[in-house]
Design a protein around this ligand. Structure first.
Ligand code: ADP
Ligand code: ADP
Length: 229
């Protein structure tokens, strides 16, 4: 069974043409999936459906084979973590540490578990030196690490990263690649991401979806997609 799936997913923002048209998307456990395509193709809109932030106009989203509804939204948000493209949409607490604790606290976990998860996420994202800083004064790349740490601390089964390399310097990109590639084996995590850096896709993904104007126009393994004439 796919851990996450969309069936004939269609969505339009109010008074706009469809941002998603009949999208069929699947990802398996531990799979690394890249979603590529020009600006405006629909990648972010797809991601916001996968964790229930947006509700389909028609079609459905399934997590663990179960259709996402208002009733199981809480479970879905727990299972599927989304890191937004712009960390300013996600990073807002007085300190880095409090910011990372926000997600797990929202899950209703006890203090000890929250503290443990925050500590682990700080270590994973190498944020030890920044823990007491106000996140809104950090650099773009640092904020991004804080946003990722906050989602990781919720221990999702599926991690979605919208343009994770945007705003990172080359060292930041190299660190991110190394880190993301540990997640499937270390935690059994599925990783779904979008990127404009096509050269990174072979290093970061097992399979690729190509989107264009609200539709999936190609889907396959990395070699299949990149060796097309
Ligand atoms: P991508 O992530 O591939 O750049 P998006 O999912 O952000 O694409 O956008 C898909 C389409 O939906 C675009 O035409 C975009 O202008 C439109 N769109 C995105 N967000 C909104 C919004 N909040 N309100 C109205 N239209 C939007
Ligand atoms: P430690 O052995 O240091 O306590 P944990 O096993 O608690 O490490 O995990 C370290 C961090 O890795 C967690 O805070 C979280 O960020 C992430 N993590 C751990 N387990 C999972 C999981 N099952 N799914 C997703 N992320 C996880």
């Amino acid at each position: 069974m796919h851990i996450i799936e969309t069936r004939d997913l269609t969505f339009a923002y109010p008074n706009r043409p469809p941002a998603l048209s009949g999208v069929n998307f699947t990802a398996g456990r531990k799979e690394r999936v890249a979603v590529i395509g020009a600006n405006g193709a629909g990648k972010s809109t797809l991601f916001k459906h996968l964790n229930g932030i947006l509700t389909p106009s028609s079609g459905e989203v399934l997590v663990h084979g179960e259709s996402v509804t208002k009733r199981n939204l809480r479970e879905v948000r727990k299972a599927v973590g989304l890191v937004f493209q712009n960390p300013d949409d996600q990073v807002f607490s007085p300190t880095v540490e409090q910011d990372i604790a926000f997600g797990p606290a929202n899950l209703g976990l006890d203090e000890e578990t929250i503290a443990h998860r925050v500590e682990s996420a700080i270590q994973l994202m190498a944020l030890e030196d920044l823990r007491d800083r106000p996140p809104h004064h950090l650099s773009g790349g640092e904020k991004k690490r804080v946003a990722i740490a906050g989602v990781l601390a919720m221990e999702p089964q599926v991690l979605i990263l919208d343009e994770p390399t945007a705003g990172l310097d080359p060292q930041g990109v190299a660190d991110l690649i190394r880190f993301v590639n540990t997640l499937p084996e270390a935690f059994g995590m599925t990783v779904i991401f979008s990127t404009h850096h096509l050269d990174l896709v072979p290093e970061l993904a097992d399979s690729v979806y190509v989107m264009d104007h609200s539709r999936v126009v190609a889907h396959g393994s990395v070699p299949a997609i990149f060796s097309r004439p």
